[in-house]
Design a protein around this ligand. Structure first.
Ligand code: DGL
Length: 273
């Protein structure tokens, strides 16, 4: 197999918080990022729509020569990953791999809690899919998992309202609804790639001892471990430290917002899927 870059996918900007953690931990690899901004957000879309969109993007990554694609989007991981892995990959190219963010997070989230009560916040799609409770129970059967959909949080971040009182209103309301389900929640998983940008506001509304867990570092560590355990895939990943950003929408808008999610200037290319 020819060597190629690792693909990192998100519906829009959020996956850049995961990409940042990955490129910081594993800077030697080449990466191609794709934000499907033209069709974002995915959070409220149906299973079939998220699956069709995600599959189309995965095929685009394969055309770029990516041997491995990370769905750095909880909604796509929840609604599309399993079908792509089980039904599509065997036909498209059984040598290639597509991984998500739900399993690596579920594998370790139970280590953070002392009470065994874990709260999950995510998009409506991620929460409705029940993916987190199902996956977490596999690794931590005694864990009690409570969920809250927070449909306003992504628009707040995308409109740069995250540090404003308006954001506090919605964050307080949703966190309260989560905490009302159990007063023993001591671990809060931010199961959406946008939410780390709301952390200052989130901290105001949870007990100070709460462990607030973002996924970037978890996914980066899990990828490092995966590459160690799968030498054939690792061997097919090119390593010149190249990083390429792509969007399905306006590149000027993307560059401006992406710089803020990624933490440094970004130059993107427009792609037609
Ligand atoms: N990236 C998505 C996620 O992690 C949030 C944005 C969207 O709804 O498309 O769930």
């Amino acid at each position: 197999m020819l060597k190629g870059p690792i693909g990192v996918f998100d519906s829009g900007y959020g996956g850049l918080t995961v990409l940042k953690a990955i490129t910081t931990k594993l800077p030697e690899y080449d990466y191609v990022y794709l934000g499907d901004n033209a069709r974002a957000p995915y959070g409220n879309r149906s299973f079939d729509t998220v699956y069709q969109y995600t599959l189309q993007c995965v095929k685009w990554f394969f055309k770029q020569g990516c041997p491995l694609v990370i769905l750095a989007c909880n909604t796509a991981s929840a609604k599309a990953l399993r079908t792509i892995q089980q039904n599509d990959l065997p036909h498209i190219d059984p040598q290639k791999r597509v991984l998500g963010v739900i399993r690596p997070t579920s594998e370790i989230i139970g280590r953070f809690t002392k009470t065994g009560h874990v709260g999950i916040v995510g998009t409506t799609g991620t929460i409705q899919s029940q993916s987190y409770p199902i996956e977490i129970k596999k690794f931590f059967p005694d864990c009690n998992v409570y969920q809250q959909a927070c449909p306003m949080w992504v628009p707040l971040v995308e409109n740069k309202e995250f540090d404003n009182p308006g954001a506090d209103f919605f964050i307080k309301k949703d966190i309260q609804q989560l905490l009302d389900q159990s007063n023993q929640i001591d671990t809060l998983l931010l199961a959406c790639t946008h939410y780390p940008l709301l952390i200052n506001s989130i901290k105001k509304f949870v007990p100070p001892s709460t462990a607030i867990i973002a996924q970037g570092d978890i996914v980066a560590e899990s990828l490092e471990d995966y590459l160690l355990r799968h030498p054939a895939i690792e061997n097919s990943c090119s390593k010149t430290g190249r990083l390429q950003f792509n969007t399905t929408d306006n590149t000027v808008d993307f560059n401006e917002k992406a710089a803020f999610f990624y933490g440094q200037p970004v130059q993107s290319e427009y792609v037609i899927l």
